[in-house]
Write a protein that binds this ligand. Sequence first.
Ligand code: ZN
Length: 222
Amino acid sequence: VVLEMKNDDEIEKIISMFLKLWGEAAKNVDEELQSTLNRHLGSLNVNFPLVFISTFNDDQYGSPAFSLGFNFPIPVGAIYINKSWKDLPERWKEFIILHELGHIYHNHSPFNVLVSILYKVVPKELRELYNIIKVGVSFYSILEGKEIPKFIEEQITAAKELEADKFALQLLGDKRPILEFFWWLKRNGISISHLSEFGEFRLPALTVDERVEHIGPLGSNF
Ligand SMILES: [Zn+2]
């Protein structure tokens, strides 16, 4: 019962955060980015857009672009892009928007909520043991100069990101701007694309190289 109560509180918090960010995006829509988004929503036969896109200033959030929302069964949500990314080439911005739309389209936010609830259901002792193993294996890998193996939290994060990349490629129909954007990230010293979103130890979940390797073999025409 205590656990259920906690989860109810948690879900209430998540819903109020969603409504706040969704409402703010709807109020402060970036017209230029929204028209790109609406064009692609139209290609998905969504002609009454309920996904709103807005911008934010540096350091306000931990990530240069993020989204939240769901697809039950039409996409509803908000996409936020850092203002500094507004100057990027059009096609790169289009990819970034589509990647975020991919998260909404594939219900990654509700999935995240489920995973974080499941994580809390795991008995504390088992979680502690798991964390010890995770830290131990990570340290051992670093000492041995080996790559840190991906644990389940990192696997889940990576799978969602790659799914969003694939969705974006399908709608964009061209992998060149995506690869150009990834190479630009690397030139700017960004080699780790994402850290895991779950658990107590957030390890690297996905590198920019892995995203390049994933997009590379995918055809542009599906
Ligand atoms: Zn993403």
